[in-house]
Every structure is written in C-alpha cells, then in structure tokens.
Write a protein that binds this ligand. Sequence first.
Ligand SMILES: Nc1ncnc2c1ncn2[C@@H]1O[C@H](COP(=O)(O)OS(=O)(=O)O)[C@@H](OP(=O)(O)O)[C@H]1O
Length: 346
Amino acid sequence: MESEPLTDTTGGPNQDETKTESSEFEKNQERYKALISTFTHEKGWRQKEAYIEYGGSWWTQFVLEGCLHAQEFFKARPNHFFVCSYPKTGTTWLKALTFAIVNRSRFDHSSSPLLRRTPHELVPYIEFDVSSFPQVDVLNDKGNNNLFSTHIPHELLPVSVVTSRCKLVYIWRDPKDTFISLWTFLNKARAELGPVNNLEESFDMFCRGLSWYGPYLHHVLGYWKAYQENPDKILFLKYEFMSADSLPYVKKLAEFMGFGFTEEEEEKGVAEKVVKLCSFEMLKNLEVNKGEKERENRAALYSNSAFFRKGKVGDWSNYLTPEMAARIDGIMDQKFKDTGLLEHGQ
Ligand SMILES: Nc1ncnc2c1ncn2[C@@H]1O[C@H](COP(=O)(O)OS(=O)(=O)O)[C@@H](OP(=O)(O)O)[C@H]1O
C-alpha cells in the first residue's frame, strides 16, 4: 500500500487561492447570477424551481452558481481524488468507500469518522460544499483533504481536474432506479422548495433529458468516453455490479487509488471490513445518518437520512409501468448503441 499521508500538507485545495473572503465570494456570486440570468430557463421538476441550460446540461440556480465558482477557482492537484457521478447512482456509497480505503491505517473500525459524520461531510462536493472554502479545513478532523466529489458532467469539469494527474472514479446505475431514487429524494426536500411534479410528468421530463445535471445518459456517456480515452485516469463502476458483489470492486478501487490492500491486510480481512463499514445497512443505521438532522452547509436542503432509502436494485418495478420501463430502456439502448458501454463489466 502506498503510504501517501492523507493529511498531506501539499494536498487539499490551494488555501491561498481558495480561501476567498466572504465579500469576494459574494461578489463572485453576484457575477454568476447576472450571467445565469442570460441563460435559457425551463420549467423544472418543481413549480418553484427552474432548470437552467448551461453547457448542454440542466442546472438549478444554486448548483450552477457553484459549478461556475468551481470552474473558476477549484485547482485540482495530482494527489486529489474525485468521486464523480450523476445524482442518486451511488455517490454516498463511493464517498464512504474512498474515505474508508485511504484512511484505514489512521482509524480502526471503531474509531472511523464515518461512524460520526456523513460521507458527504467527509468528501465534499466541489460545486457546493467547497464554494465556502474555509470549511474544507475541518474535514478529516484535521489537516487537508484530498478526496472530493462532483456531479458536474465531464465536459464541464474545472480544467485542472482534467489536465492534472489526479484520478477519478465514476459510478452509474440503471436509469430506471436512478430516476426513482431521484424522484423520491426530491420529494424529501425541505417544504419551502415546494412540491415536485407527479411521477409521470417527472419521468417524461427525465426521458426527454430534462433533469438535474441531465440528460442522465449524456452524463454517463461523457465520462465513458473520457474513460475510454484515458483508462488510467478514470475507473468506471456500475451500482448493480457492486451491489451483487462489492468485494472485488472495492479491491479494484483501492488498487486504482494507489492504496491497494497488502497481503497481510488480505489475510486479516481488512477489505471485507471496509465493505462492511460502508454497507448500506451499516451506514443507514448510524445515528448521524438517521432522523431529520442536516449537514451544516449551504446545500443542506435534505436531512441526512434522505441519502439512505432502500439501497436495492430493481425497486423501480414498484413505481414504473412496463411501458415506462420500455421507453427509458429503448432510449438507453439507442444512445449507448455501439459505445461498448452496455457490455462493460459484464
Ligand atoms: N452504502 C450504500 N450502499 C448501497 N447503496 C447506497 C448506500 N448509501 C446510499 N445508497 C443508495 O444510493 C442512492 C443514493 O444515491 P447517491 O448517494 O448517489 O445520492 S446523492 O447523489 O449523493 O444525493 C439511494 O438509492 P435508493 O435507495 O434506490 O434511493 C441510497 O439508498
């Protein structure tokens, strides 16, 4: 196992460049707001919330401001690692796994910060958690943080994430389960956001590509193409395969991150312990991930428990008709035809 320290002082966001004074931060936000007001706005999944077109994808105001901020200020370093995903495809799981993998020699399983803090606190999103940069200092209990995550489509990532030697893991999931997970999640937001469209209307919009960070299939394809061009930089995973048998994928992920399990660790079952610590059942039942508590940041519109619903493959069949399933499957087959994506990992 490589012994790169996780509190590496050369890692983490560039404090000089990223510790924006709040007035400067607010000035930037005003600049982004003015720019965003010139972009196309469409009716979103909630009456109160428009979707805004930027760079071929759909955004909500808050997240787009964060994306523009990340594009302008986030400086990736070679020792950074990024968990990339479309929302509701396995982000929380991968955040927990990457954190547990790289921190396993610092914490045993009874002292892991994952037992007290949500995976989202430990692995921040560059487009909203990191927009108030000083918060990053408190991550990992002390020191800097090298793990980040994002839902930004590949083609809109901050340039340094693509050009730096840092690595990325991307996870995707069956679009039917992704849609149901997203729709049920959005329904759990704080009441002030207003109601979400009914399932049929939201599904129709999802199929037409009109969704948060969508089109979903375009998001997947963007990372797939980047992976094909540079397989040493991106690890490509699928939720369904990981659910069926997590261990080989967790070992692969650790290896890819430069933190492969040693023979001695293999003998001691350390990889199995990481799998267990990050399992849905384990995380869902922790006090920190239960109830109505919320993360303390600008993005806290959901209780911590909203990130853990069923964690099952195929739950879509309890919500979608066979016709709806056939519609989205058909769109996926068409979009992914001849890309090799449907055969990947099988
Ligand atoms: N540890 C673990 N293992 C397996 N599955 C898990 C885990 N943690 C969360 N989940 C399930 O993942 C879905 C949430 O997706 P994300 O974590 O990508 O959501 S988010 O983008 O961070 O908002 C959501 O799926 P659904 O249950 O189908 O809604 C979560 O329940």
